[in-house]
Design a protein around this ligand. Structure first.
Ligand code: SF4
Ligand code: SF4
Ligand code: SF4
Length: 320
């Protein structure tokens, strides 16, 4: 009997999700044994024309990581959607836009101006050289992907069957999903989140929680937190109450506040507003002026509350 066919692809991303697949250690051999890997450009020599030549729906499962930032990302999203029976948004970039999605705070022109003209490390020639989608050369025309004005999650471009959250997803969770698929059990309903829990990060965090009354927030370098007490109780912004469980509260266990990479918990549409609502119940002030003073201590609110989810949040992007 032929093995199921697996594809992995990396769009606008740091590549950490693909490295997380390798972090399943020796179980990678089980994956290689169980699947025919038909596309995995980061690890094996496949070309796009190999995928174009495949029959539609001939890939059984495609783990697609990375957000949609440019025309190449979008083209591959549509191609892999057409060729795959099951398309999985793998990791926070594909699921929610993640760190690349913070670029939605700027327009494409502002990003280009900074990167190719204004940043102190840029050597300017003729007022700045910007990328051109098409460039004529003696040997022919060179084409590079066109950067888009804003970053999208995968499901803002094509239909997605499942989501595996995390930046990156934890290898144990990746293996749980693979094992589930290999078991031959019926897959969960389309749209399900796989490889995560149904509660919040706080539910799997061993730290002791007390009644919170906060007058001051600290940045991580300002205090050495008590290793046993809830970090939020100690004035560090820990996104645990607004984050889905599944990672084993990895960061709080290492004395670092959760940044929220597993995305919103079930039934929460917007992770940032969920966290703001969690904070509003613990800030110890009643006068507007004092509340403002306490909130002013939160550096970079968008980067804090929407670090992983800006493109899929209610804010989504800068109006251009
Ligand atoms: S989700 Fe995180 S680890 Fe994965 S590609 Fe995006 S930034 Fe990298
Ligand atoms: S807020 Fe953070 S530190 Fe506190 S219980 Fe939740 S996950 Fe743990
Ligand atoms: S603790 Fe939070 S930021 Fe850290 S891995 Fe878990 S969900 Fe991600």
């Amino acid at each position: 009997m032929s093995k199921p066919k697996l594809a992995l692809y990396w769009a606008a991303s740091c590549g950490g999700c693909e490295i997380a697949v390798l972090d399943v250690h020796e179980k990678i051999l089980d994956i290689a044994n169980a699947f025919d890997i038909v596309f995995w450009p980061v690890a094996l020599d496949f070309k796009y024309h190999h995928v174009r030549a495949m029959e539609d729906k001939s890939i059984d499962i495609c783990l697609f990581n990375g957000s949609i930032r440019n025309s190449e990302n979008a083209e591959l999203a549509h191609l892999l959607r057409a060729k795959s029976k099951v398309l999985v948004a793998f990791g926070s970039c594909a699921y929610e836009g993640c760190i690349p999605g913070l670029a939605n705070l700027k327009s494409k022109q502002e990003i280009f101006d900074w990167v190719y003209k204004d940043s102190p490390s840029t050597v300017k020639q003729n007022g700045g050289v910007f990328p051109q989608t098409h460039t004529k050369m003696p040997e022919g025309e060179i084409e590079i992907p066109e950067m888009w004005d804003y970053v999208k999650s995968l499901d803002q471009e094509v239909e997605v069957d499942y989501y595996i959250p995390g930046c990156p997803p934890q290898p144990t969770q990746i293996w749980n999903v693979i094992e589930y698929i290999l078991s031959g059990k019926e897959l969960p309903p389309a749209g399900s989140i796989l490889g995560a829990g149904t509660k919040t990060c706080c539910d799997e965090c061993p730290r002791e929680r007390k009644e919170k009354k906060l007058k001051k927030f600290y940045r991580p370098y300002e205090i050495v937190p008590d290793p046993n007490e809830c970090l939020l109780d100690q004035g560090l912004i820990c996104m645990g109450p607004a984050t889905r469980d599944g990672c084993g509260a990895l960061c709080p266990q290492a004395n670092i506040a959760c940044r929220g990479c597993y995305g919103p918990p079930p039934n929460v549409h917007d992770q940032g507003t969920k966290m703001i609502s969690a904070l509003s119940s613990v800030i110890d002030a009643h006068e507007l002026e004092e509340i403002d003073k306490i909130l002013d201590q939160i550096a970079d609110p968008i980067g804090t509350f929407y670090r992983f989810s800006l493109p899929t949040s209610i804010l989504r992007r800068k109006q251009i």
